[in-house]
Design a protein around this ligand. Structure first.
Ligand code: PAF
Length: 270
């Protein structure tokens, strides 16, 4: 196996899992990864088990040729792009599930998501055998789930969280931004705007999470074609709700803009 050979050569394998349709956010994960090792492996796999019924599995954007071109330019050492049969076969029946972390934020409206993510990432870890893995902080809950899973299951892998990459106007980069019409793209800016507004309120001494959430909700609803899934202020580690922001808190939100479900987050520092 490739991974065993690379490990025998004394190299450090850094793994960046993706679902393809790569953008600057993914490339920043790869660049971050280069700080930690000398063999960079990227996977491209749209994992069916993390999509629920009625979600965008069938229409998830793809451009494999362009992805390969970008990865070649970045000097990635290997690309793993399996198909669903290769990963799950026909008789697959073993899943990895976390008890508590998925009962918050995105897990509430996407009940199969984290089971699918934890399962596929476990499988990818066992195939790629990395020393280090890089996950984006934009998917904050996913990063938290992976850190917990790595601890719980004794994976000998260092998990690194990399900062969210934004367009110049503040929109967090996401493959799903491609679903937005020009008008919806303007509405999508309300996610980051509401987080920034929240940070200003907290800096000015407001500690009441409910009031901050209410202000954010009003700001988002003032933009057309937005439908709030959740806005939450919670403990950055357990993801349990916080009522008073008397220490750093995670503010996370998910909003449907047109047919794109977008997420963003920020740590609020009092
Ligand atoms: O963040 C993603 O793109 C996916 O959830 C991941 C980690 C590649 C697992 O399918």
């Amino acid at each position: 196996m490739r991974s065993d050979k690379i490990r025998c050569q004394g190299k450090t394998i850094v793994f960046v899992p993706t679902m393809g349709f790569l953008h600057a956010g993914h490339l920043s994960l790869i660049r971050e990864g280069k700080k930690y090792g000398d063999d960079i492996v990227v996977s491209i796999f749209v994992n069916p088990t993390q999509f629920g019924p009625g979600e965008d599995l069938e229409t998830y954007p793809k451009n494999f040729e362009k992805d390969l071109e970008l990865l070649q330019k970045e000097g990635v050492n290997a690309v793993f792009a399996p198909d669903a049969v290769e990963i799950y076969g026909e008789k697959f029946q073993t899943y990895v599930e976390l008890e508590k972390l998925p009962n918050h934020l995105c897990g509430l409206s996407r009940p199969v998501f984290f089971k699918g993510v934890a399962t596929v990432v476990t499988k990818l870890f066992n195939i790629v055998k990395p020393h280090v893995t890089i996950f984006g902080q934009k998917d904050y809950q996913q990063l938290t789930v992976i850190r917990q899973m790595v601890r719980d299951l004794n994976f000998d892998i260092k998990v690194v969280g990399a900062p969210t990459v934004r367009e110049s106007d503040g929109l967090a980069m996401s493959s799903r931004n491609t679903y937005l019409t020009p008008e919806q793209r303007i509405s999508a800016l309300s996610l980051n705007k509401s987080l920034k507004k929240a940070q200003t309120l907290v800096e000015n001494g407001l500690q009441d999470a409910a009031k901050i959430i209410d202000t954010a909700a009003k700001l988002i609803r003032s933009h057309p074609e937005t439908e709030i899934d959740y806005i939450t202020i919670c403990d950055p580690e357990t993801l349990d709700d916080m009522k008073t922001i008397d220490r750093p808190a995670l503010m996370a939100l998910a909003v449907k803009v047109g047919k794109a479900r977008l997420i963003d987050n920020m740590i609020l520092n009092p």
